[in-house]
Structure formats: C-alpha cells, structure tokens
Write a protein that binds this ligand. Structure first.
Ligand code: BGC
Length: 696
C-alpha cells in the first residue's frame, strides 16, 4: 500500500472552480454528507446533505393526465457545518484570499484543508481544518480548526453558527436540483457550548436536528501574535432523520474529535482490507480507482430505509433521487466486497414495495409491483414519463441485483425473505404487463410502449434490454420459488404460477436483425435514420441540452449502452456477433450519460480490444477528477464510480459468477504491471492478482 495512492491532493485535479472542489472533496458516511466549501464564505452550493431528507411540492403540469407522478421529492441542502466566522479586534471579518491545500486521505477518511485569509487592513491569518465523519453511517462530524496568525497581531474571535445556505440561482438544466420552499429552522442555544438547529420541511413534514458542540464556546476569543496559533475543536451531531431526541455528548469535545478520527481510520482500514482494487504501474489511475471506491462506499445508505442517490451525498444534482443506478452500477462492487451494505440496499426496495404495488395498479397492471424510476420515498417522482416511468426495466434490474447477491453470498436467509419477495413481486408484474402476440406462427410474449436504458429512444415496442431482463426475471423467480417452496408459499405462489412464469420467460420476444445479424434495440430501431453526427457541432453535446426530445427520438442515436448492456450482463453471444453488435452500437452512441463508458470498456476488454477498453476505462476512472461530463459541481457521478470497478473487475479481470461458481479471465492491458482485486465470495475473502500476458 503506497501512501500517495490513497491521498487525493489538489495536484491530482486541474479544475479550481469552488463548487467543483466542494464536490470532489466532499465527505459522506451513508447517513449524511458535507460538501467541502470555503469555511469563511457561506456558499449557495455548499452545505450538509442528509440521505432520505426531502421536501415535496405538487408537480405543476401544463397538461396533466391520469396517473402522472404527483409530487416532487427534492433533497434539501442544510446548513454548512464547517463554516466559521473569524473577526479581528475591531469586529471586522477575515475573508479568504487563497486556498492552500486540500488533501483527502482515503485510508483515514480525513480531509485536511487550509486557507489564507485577510482582514480589511490586509493582516493575514491561516485557517486549517481537519474534517472527519463518524463511520459507518454515524451521527458525528469532527471538525478541528487551527488558526495561526501570519502577520496579524491582536484579539481574534471565532464564532460558529448554523445558517441555511443562501438560495442558489435557478437553472434550466434538468439534471440540477429544483428549489422548493426552504424549511423552517429553529435555533436553540441550551448553553454557551451548544447550538441546536431543528429543521422542519414544510410539506413533507420531516424533521432533522443538527447540533454543534464547542468546548471553548460557540464564540471563542484569543490574543495572537504572528506565528502563534489556536486550536478549536467542534463536534457536529447530525441526528437520525425524524429523531428529535437530543443526542447527549458525554465525552469532552476534544477527545470526541479524536475518537471519531480513530474509529474512522479503523473503519477505512477494514474497508480497504476487504474491498481494495489496485493497479500497479500507473499511480494516477490507482489513486483514481481508490477515490472512486471511497466515494461510492461513502454514499451508501446502510439502514434499510435509504439508498444511494445518483449523486450520493456529494451534491444535490438529480434531487437526491435513487434510480436503477444502484442495482446495475453501484451494487456490483458492494455485493462483491461489502455484502452487508448490499443487503441493506435491497431491503430498501422491499420496504417500498407497497408504493410499487400501487404504482403498478395505477398503470393498469393488476399484479406485482413497479418500482418508481426515480424516488426517495418510494413514490414516482419522474415528471417526464417517456424517459421515467416508461423505464420498466428497473424491475428487472432489481431482480438481477437480488440474484447477483444470492450468487455471490449464498445468503439463504435473505433469499427466503426479502430476496424471494422482490423476485416474486417483479415477476408478477412482467407476467401481467406483457401481451401475447404472434410472429411467424409462433406465440411470443411482448412488452409494448417501454423505454430502455438509452434515454435517447423512448416509448418503443420490445426494447431488447427490457425484454431480456424481464425474461431473466421471470425465469429466475420461477427457479428460486421452486427451490424455496415453503418461503414462496408465504406469498401464495402456486405451481401454476411458476409454470406460467416459465412459459412466458421462454416465449419473450427478442428483436434481432437478420440483415445486420445483430440484436436490434427494439422493433423499429433500424428503420430510423442515423443521427447526423457529421453535422452536429461538438458544443451541441449532450444532445439533451440542445435538441427537443422528439428530434432525438426520430433518429438512431444512443445516450448510453442499451442492447450492449444486455450483452454485457448475459454474456452469451459468440465473439463474432458481439463484435458486430459492439461496432454497430458504438457508432451511434454519444456517451452523453455517465453510465455508458464503463460498459463499453468492459465489453471491449472481453473482445480482446485492450487499447479501446483502456481508453474508455481512462475516461471512466477519472471522470469526475477531470470533470469529463462538466457537471461534477452538482455532485459525483456515483453510478460511474461503481462502473469503474465493473470495468476493472468484470472487464479487465473477467470476474463472473454463474451458478455459484466464480470465474476469472485475464484481459489486462499492456500498460499495467498488475491488477489486484479483493472480493468476498460466500463469506471467504479472496485476493486475485493478474499480470499482463507476455505475448501482447
Ligand atoms: C441516465 C440514466 C440514469 C440517470 C441518473 C441519466 O442521465 O440516462 O440512466 O439513471 O442519469 O444517473
């Protein structure tokens, strides 16, 4: 373990935009996250983000229709716990004039930062802050400030308070959070050391309590001369959501900050011991991978009531919503390395089954459950159904993740309860949602008016990915319900129902083009003209910000891997067909979604195209560290963080598990000396080391 490969500094990143730095150096622990803003300057984009906290408001449609999603759910940025006011003897504030360092130590979870600040007379101080969160999913943030006089002489006053972040500018980018009415904030100061903010959202009626404890007092003054410094430890308490009981701190603040730091270090050391992925031969890439895994783990809700938002706890983009991103991109890493977290995330899905059942009924499907495309509380929050609710594949994605968890862990207790329950509810949905049809005198089971993962193609018949994952869902539910008959009986599964699932699974129609000899994205995909790529200016990407959806839908153009994602998951094409399919879909894919490149990398590695796999992987691994999508300021692309592990482990490392049997294949690129992965298979920790084959 080389220390520098686990230490992110400003040298590793080119961008100095403050909002971008707030994201990159943000810290999270599954329960809450803090953005790494300038401590002396309250910012509209900094603040504390709580997993599961949201405000709601009715979605205003110009023209509404039956069954449209009714309410927004929008994460609420809460006061920045790190902001501090520092004043000179005349009561004038110091303001930042230079950022010194930002160093995130991935082995201890500690963020060290420093700033130079001046007062109106030009006298200078240095402010250093060490931030560390209680892990895993704890309530505490330990913040230790050290203020040193550089040229300043006199009395310095430090003060901590809790203020809602200033309102951010309204944006036209649909990927950014909207602004709903700010919550009501009630501040109480039970004593000179303690400040409690009780924050109530107005419509969703949630309560979040934040507390600051500073042993030297919320306001603290000291006389300084150049070279002299003071240390000011503060503990912030972020209560569990909707818990109003005051968390008593029975340990002195200074020793609490130390014990939070010690426990976090122990936690992260344990994390790396069972989760590490390391590339020898490229220090920057190795660091990028470690960073990605650190941030992915930091984003994961661990209480069975919360999940992983598209931006984790690092920003308010996508409104704090949970998507299929969790099951298909984030859960693979967690399942193979931290199965107890993966289990809690699947339990979240079981918890929102009642809402998913109601949603299915509202959509006219009389059995099973349909998960919301984007949600926090389980209800659909997608206001644009063609690229939202129509992505029915989310049900199959959940089923796929359940099966993956089962294969990797062999956790029978889980399968007998939550696992089977999820498989049954989703299989029932597909069985009731599909329709019988006929093609070439054969009975086929088909799915109409659906949207696949590729959001640049909407409301089609028989999206290949959707049909493929539905087929898998039906077949897997049938198989496992038969394997666990007593458990299945709890949900009234009968032999007739199992037979029906099997019959339908076998009959699911999968579009295929005889002309091109490849799987076709949907019934009509290849009849459309190809998007005029040659006439599209470079600055018109992502297309979604420059063209009406209907313009995009008229063409063959993909935002992200779709049919190829199915090829990647099911891995059953011969090399020649996979090659044809890859070449075809690659030529029409923009990668405007951050969920795309990792899959292209993994498939290229499987195809033996190591150079191509390597290029896609480089973009995946460093996506946020180079701000490839140019919107990391809104938060990290957490699915892609998981995607980078997918490319590494399942692409270059060929890691796969089928019928409980693990296999690995070496597809390493010549650029690396070796790759080491740690994974847990059925309770056993394995370390796998790959070296490039000599002949390449
Ligand atoms: C992608 C979706 C994804 C969502 C949230 C969109 O840009 O097309 O597949 O679920 O972002 O990450």
């Amino acid at each position: 373990m080389t220390e520098k490969n686990y230490r992110l500094t400003l040298d590793a990143i080119g961008n100095r935009d403050p909002a971008y730095l707030e994201t990159i150096f943000s810290l999270g622990n599954g329960h809450f996250g803090i953005r790494a803003g300038d401590v002396l300057t309250p910012s509209a984009t900094a603040g504390t983000i709580i997993n599961g906290l949201y405000e709601t408001a009715p979605i205003q449609y110009g023209e509404a229709a039956y069954g449209y999603a009714a309410n927004h759910q929008t994460t609420v940025a809460l006061p920045d716990l790190r902001v501090i006011t520092i004043q000179n003897a005349a009561g004038e504030a110091f303001v930042t004039n230079a950022l010194g360092e930002k160093t995130l130590d991935l082995r201890s979870g500690q963020l060290q930062e420093s700033w130079l600040a001046t007062d109106p007379n030009g006298a200078t101080i240095q402010v250093q802050l060490t931030s560390v969160l209680q892990q895993p999913a704890g309530n505490l943030a330990a913040l230790t400030y050290t203020v040193t006089a550089v040229t300043y002489t006199g009395k310095l006053t430090l003060a901590k308070t809790l203020k809602m972040p200033p309102q951010a500018a309204v944006s036209g980018d649909p990927r950014q959070a909207r602004h709903l009415a700010p919550p009501a904030v009630h501040l109480a100061q039970p004593d000179a050391q303690t400040l409690v903010a009780t924050i109530r959202t107005r419509q969703s009626r949630q309560v979040q309590q934040l507390q600051l404890a500073a042993a030297q007092g919320l306001t603290f003054a000291a006389d300084l001369v150049p070279g002299a410094g003071i240390t000011y430890p503060v503990v912030a308490v972020v209560n569990a959501l909707n818990d109003e009981s005051r968390l008593g701190l029975n340990v002195p603040v200074a020793s609490l900050t130390k014990s939070v730091a010690t426990a976090a270090k122990r936690y992260w050391q344990g994390f790396w011991a069972h989760s590490d992925a390391s590339i020898q031969g490229d220090f920057r890439l190795d660091l990028a991978i470690h960073y990605n895994l650190f941030q992915l783990a930091s984003a994961a809700g661990q209480d069975g009531k919360t999940n992983i938002a598209a931006k984790g706890l690092s920003g308010t983009g996508y409104e704090g919503h949970y998507f299929w991103d969790t099951e298909m991109y984030m859960l693979p890493f967690l399942t193979y390395t931290n199965p107890q977290i993966a289990k809690r995330l699947l339990e979240y899905r079981a918890r929102i089954l009642p809402q998913a059942q109601s949603r299915a009924r509202l959509l006219g499907v009389d059995s099973g459950a349909l998960f919301a495309w984007r949600t926090i509380n389980g209800e659909e929050a997608s206001a644009y159904f063609p690229a939202g609710t129509a992505q029915y594949h989310i049900d199959g994605d959940v089923a796929f993740a359940v099966d993956r968890y089962w294969q990797v862990t062999g956790d029978q207790a889980f399968m007998r309860s939550t696992g089977l329950q999820l498989l049954i509810a989703t299989a029932r949905f597909w069985a009731a949602f599909g329709s019988w049809s006929e093609r070439a005198h054969q009975q086929t089971f088909e799915f109409f008016a659906v949207t696949g993962p590729d959001e640049y193609t909407a409301l089609v018949n028989n999206n290949y990915y959707t049909n493929r994952i539905a087929k898998f869902n039906l077949a897997t539910a049938a198989q496992l319900a038969a394997e666990f008959p007593t458990a299945a009986a709890q949900w009234q599964v009968t032999a007739t129902e199992i037979a029906d699932w099997r019959h339908k699974a076998a009959a699911v129609f999968l579009p295929y083009s005889d002309d091109l000899q490849i799987n076709e994205q949907d019934d009509s995909a290849f009849h459309k003209p190809v998007w005029p790529f040659a006439q599209t200016p470079k600055d018109h990407y992502p297309l979604l910000l420059h063209y009406h959806p209907l313009t995009i839908y008229r063409y063959q153009v993909n935002k992200q891997a779709d049919t190829l994602l199915a090829d990647y998951l099911f891995d059953d094409l011969d090399a020649a067909q996979l090659q044809r399919e890859y070449a075809y879909y690659e030529s029409i894919t923009t990668h405007d979604s951050s969920l795309s490149r990792s899959i292209f990398s993994a498939l290229a590695a499987r195809l033996g195209q190591q150079e191509k796999a390597y290029r896609y992987f480089m973009d995946t691994a460093a996506m946020d560290l180079v701000d490839l999508q140019q919107n990391a300021a809104d938060g990290l692309h957490i699915a892609n963080l998981g995607g980078s592990w997918l490319s590494l482990a399942t692409g270059f490392g060929g890691l796969a598990i089928k019928s409980g049997v693990l296999s690995v294949t070496n597809h390493l690129p010549r650029q690396w000396q070796s790759l080491t992965l740690r994974v847990q298979i059925q309770g056993r920790l394995l370390q796998i080391t790959y070296r490039p084959k000599k002949h390449r």
